[in-house]
Design a protein around this ligand. Structure first.
Ligand SMILES: [Zn+2]
Length: 248
C-alpha cells in the first residue's frame, strides 16, 4: 500500500479528479493528503474529503497567501481552523517562504503566522505539513524552539546536513518526483533513513512537461527501492508504518 503525503486535490479540475483517484487506486495509492493553501482551498478540501474517502484533508494557508491577509482576516481564518480542525488529518501547507519575501518585515509577518499554526498543532495534536522554501534553517529553528513533535517537511531534500538534523529531531521528510531524475536529491536520499521518509507528488504541479498525479507515487517507491538496495515490498511496508505514525 502506498500514500501521497502532499498533494492539492482541490486544484484538480472536477472532470479530471475521478480519473486521478482511480489511477491512484490502480497504482495502490490508497490515501492522498490534500493540502490547503487559501480560504476557498480549505473549504474545497473538506468538501472533497466528504465525497471521496481516499482524500484526507489538511487545513492551512500557504505562507505567501497568508502574508497578504489583514489582521482581521487572519483572526477569522484561525477561528475557522479551530472550529474545523477535528475534520482534518493535519495542518498544511504552512510554514515560511522567503523566495518572494526578502524584506525583514514580511519575513517576520510570516513567522508570526507560522507560530500560530504551531500553536494550533499543539492544541489539536495534529501534525504540521511544512513548506520551507529559502527558509529551511529558520523553519527547523522555530520548530525546535517551540518543541514541535509531529512534523512533515515537504520537499525537504536539498541539504544533507539539514535533512540529518530533521531526522534527529524525529521529523519526517517527503520526497517528490524530483528524485526520479535529480542526482543530488538521489544522493541525499541515499544517506537519509527510510524510517523518516514519506512520498509526495504535490499534484497537480507540472513535472517533466506533464501534470503530476498521485498515481506517480508508485514510480517514487520503485526509485527509492533501487537507491536503498531493498525491495519494493520493504519500501511499501515502511511507508505504511511512517504514514500511520505521523497521521494517526
Ligand atoms: Zn504543495
Amino acid at each position: 500500500m502506498l500514500f501521497d503525503s502532499h498533494a492539492h486535490m482541490d486544484l484538480i479540475a472536477e472532470e479530471e479528479l475521478k480519473e486521478a483517484l482511480s489511477g491512484a487506486m490502480t497504482a495502490k495509492v490508497k490515501k492522498i493528503v490534500s493540502c490547503s493553501t487559501s480560504f476557498p482551498s480549505n473549504e474545497k478540501n473538506l468538501e472533497l474529503a466528504q465525497k471521496f474517502p481516499q482524500i484526507l484533508p489538511a487545513l492551512g494557508l500557504y505562507p505567501l497567501d497568508a502574508m497578504d491577509l489583514t489582521p482581521l482576516e487572519l483572526d477569522k481564518a484561525f477561528y475557522f481552523f479551530k472550529a474545523e480542525i477535528s475534520k482534518a488529518i493535519a495542518i498544511g501547507e504552512v510554514g515560511l517562504d522567503y523566495k518572494y519575501a526578502t524584506k525583514k518585515e514580511d519575513q517576520e509577518k510570516q513567522q508570526q503566522i507560522f507560530l500560530r499554526f504551531i500553536e494550533l498543532a499543539k492544541e489539536s495534536k495534529k501534525p504540521l505539513i511544512i513548506h520551507s522554501r529559502y527558509a529551511q534553517s529558520q523553519v527547523l529553528k522555530m520548530l525546535e524552539e517551540n518543541k514541535t513533535e509531529k512534523v512533515l517537511l515537504h520537499s525537504f531534500v536539498d541539504s544533507q546536513k539539514l535533512m540529518k538534523r530533521a531526522a534527529e529531531m524525529g521529523y519526517f521528510v517527503s520526497v517528490g518526483l524530483g528524485v526520479l531524475e535529480n542526482e543530488s536529491i538521489q544522493k541525499n536520499i541515499c544517506s537519509f533513513p527510510l524510517e523518516n521518509l514519506l512520498f509526495e507528488t504535490d499534484a497537480p504541479i507540472r513535472f517533466g512537461g506533464e501534470t503530476a498525479a498521485p498515481a506517480k507515487i508508485a514510480l517514487i517507491a520503485q526509485k527509492i527501492a533501487k537507491l536503498k538496495h531493498t525491495t519494493l515490498k520493504e519500501v511499501e511496508a515502511q511507508q505504511e508504518k511512517n504514514f500511520r505514525k505521523l497521521f494517526f
